[in-house]
Design a protein around this ligand. Structure first.
Ligand code: CTP
Ligand code: MG
Length: 554
């Protein structure tokens, strides 16, 4: 069991109310097993999607008693999992053992009584726990445990890192502090499932899948929630062509697949805006190369990007998941480098001419493919290991990769994470970016096919450059920071200097010092810049430009 799961399992053992069945414990153990490398991406996604379908999200009083809530809900069936978190208020994520329980729950749920307004009668699975008469939600001194859904503030993290004894220990502490928890991933699937309910009003068999960092193994607490609205199940044709008479649907026609995607997303966006409680700030960004709808889901705090017809991105999430499952050092290195890049302004939460997290991850994965012996296989090797059932072609691109992770066998590489971090910085401090391109399919650099500053071939769409948006200045900053970081880590001898006081507020050293702004200053590049505000028209123009470039290489 990983630490968060162990904590959760212990919590459930200690605090499990009597009516939570033994299935809870089974599911906890199974959940832990599935988090390892045994499960294929699809099996794991499907299991999580199905669990989300039988879950509800309930806003509660901050003093809510878990025992009382579960007792109340158990009248509708067994609860197989439940956890609490604090966002804008306190919420409980409740997973029933059977989907039928939700039917009963809905039947007994009241419409809100309002004095000056009228509610839109869309009955979602976002509910509020109310009390009547003498009933009391509070559990006295037995307050519930809140599971964090965002990463801890940087100062706190730096203190924790500085209290560790070696850089390797710091790296493992960083991974456990940043990586998505089992609960956070469940909440992501639940939010997708709630959005699916809205789209299902038009397309009853549609599904909404999370993709990107929510599922690729490299997500950090607080990362955005990329969603893919899949209408294929809804519009699938019968397998056999009938002989004789058959019926065909009459359907509206559009000029292109893109136009269909735009109109579907537009209608879903309207519905989410009008009907879906908790979804606010809806923006339709339909003219980007990959049209999307952006909104905030307030109860979870997730920033959501809903796309449709984006199957290749789903496949690249699977590819990254495979890479993250091959060796646990991969996630450790990716999370550390991504954090380093974010604190020094190499990456940003807004799209622009800087390196995106996806491009940065590709650079790290490529570096791991080039180790001797390699820590990661090439994409071609993953294709060669695939069997018939893994065959996958999307829009003419061969996206086949092996799904059975136990087939991936590599020679043992024993390099420590600290060493890999150091070598990563050295590798890119000296990489010939001016004439070479990164090729994850072959695990080899190759001559650049075009003159963009940074060229990373899209692993599934060979003609596209994942990092087309990156300008020369941003690439130079990355290289300068790599140089400075490599030099800095060489000076730090890998373990805590004797002069650093233990306990109290430890002085930043090792990995913690690598995240301080002084590193960027030493590298001669400015840290995170606070730009002077341009006129509104300029800001809108550059936002639109950055959105279209960021999606132009998908
Ligand atoms: N993607 C892509 N090509 C790009 C950008 C993105 O194929 N040029 C796909 C990748 O599958 C990526 C997903 O879209 O994982 C989501 O993109 P984004 O949200 O930008 O990246 P994440 O990997 O989700 O990282 P972050 O934590 O920054 O959201
Ligand atoms: Mg994302």
């Amino acid at each position: 069991l990983r630490l968060p799961q162990l904590r959760h399992a212990c919590h459930c053992l200690l605090f499990a109310p009597l009516h939570v069945t033994s299935e809870v414990l089974n599911s906890i153990t199974q959940g832990a097993k599935t988090y390892g490398i045994a499960k294929s991406f699809h099996a794991l996604q499907e299991e999580r999607r199905e669990r989300a379908e039988r879950s509800v999200l309930i806003s509660c009083s901050p003093k809510v008693s878990e025992k009382k809530l579960l007792k109340f809900l158990s009248q509708h069936g067994n609860v197989s999992n439940c956890f609490f978190y604090q966002s804008y208020g306190v919420y409980a994520v409740v997973e029933f053992a059977s989907k039928n329980s939700i039917v009963g729950l809905h039947e007994s749920t009241s419409l809100p009584s309002m004095h000056h307004e009228v509610s839109v009668p869309f009955k979602s699975r976002l509910l509020t726990l109310k009390t009547n008469g003498s009933a009391d939600q509070s559990g006295g001194s037995n307050s519930v445990e809140f599971h964090p859904q965002v990463a801890m503030p940087i100062n706190e993290l730096l203190q924790q890192l500085s209290a560790e004894e070696s850089v390797d220990q710091q790296l493992s502490r960083l991974t456990s502090a940043l990586q998505l928890t089992e609960e956070n991933v469940s909440l992501r699937f639940l939010v997708c499932s709630l959005v699916k309910d809205v789209a299902a009003a038009f397309f009853p068999k549609c599904t909404v899948h999370p993709f990107g960092s929510s599922v690729n193994g490299f997500g950090k607490l607080g990362c955005d929630l990329d969603m893919f609205l899949d209408l294929d199940a809804a519009s699938g044709n019968p397998k056999r062509k009938p002989s004789g008479f058959y019926l065909e649907y009459q359907m509206k026609r559009e000029a292109s697949e893109r136009a269909v995607t735009q109109s579907v997303l537009s209608v879903v966006a309207e519905s989410v805006e009008q009907f879906s409680p908790g979804c606010v700030g809806i923006q339709k960004i339909l003219n980007a190369r990959c049209p999307l709808v952006r909104f905030s889901h307030q109860p979870s705090g997730f920033q959501c990007d809903l796309t449709a017809n984006n199957r290749v991105a789903m496949k690249s999430s699977e590819l990254l998941y495979v890479f993250s499952s091959v060796d646990e050092r991969v996630r450790g290195l990716v999370l550390a480098v991504r954090y380093w890049a974010r604190v020094h302004g190499v990456t940003s939460s807004v799209a622009g001419a800087w390196i995106s997290n996806f491009s940065l991850t590709a650079l790290i994965l490529f570096f791991l493919q080039t180790r001797g012996p390699p820590i990661l296989p090439t994409v071609d090797q993953l294709r060669d290991l695939a069997d018939q059932s893994d065959q996958c072609c999307v829009e003419g691109n061969d996206c086949t990769i092996v799904s059975d992770l136990s087939r991936i066998r590599l020679q043992t590489n024993t390099e420590s994470l600290e060493r890999l971090l150091q070598e990563f910085f050295e590798f890119y401090a000296a990489f010939p970016f001016n004439h070479m391109s990164i090729n994850l399919r072959k695990g080899k650099e190759q001559n650049k096919p075009e003159s963009t500053p940074l060229h990373i071939q899209n692993p599934f769409e060979a003609t596209l450059n994942v990092s087309k948006n990156v300008n020369a200045a941003q690439l130079d900053r990355f290289v300068a920071l790599c140089r400075e970081s490599a030099w800095f880590l060489q000076q730090e001898a890998g373990s805590k200097p004797a002069t650093v006081p233990t306990g109290g507020s430890a002085q930043a050293w090792g990995l913690a010092a690598l995240f301080l702004p002084s590193l960027a200053q030493a590298a001669g590049v400015k840290g995170r810049r606070k730009k002077k505000r341009e006129p509104a028209s300029e800001r809108v123009k550059s936002l639109l430009q950055s959105i279209s470039t960021s999606h132009s290489s998908q």
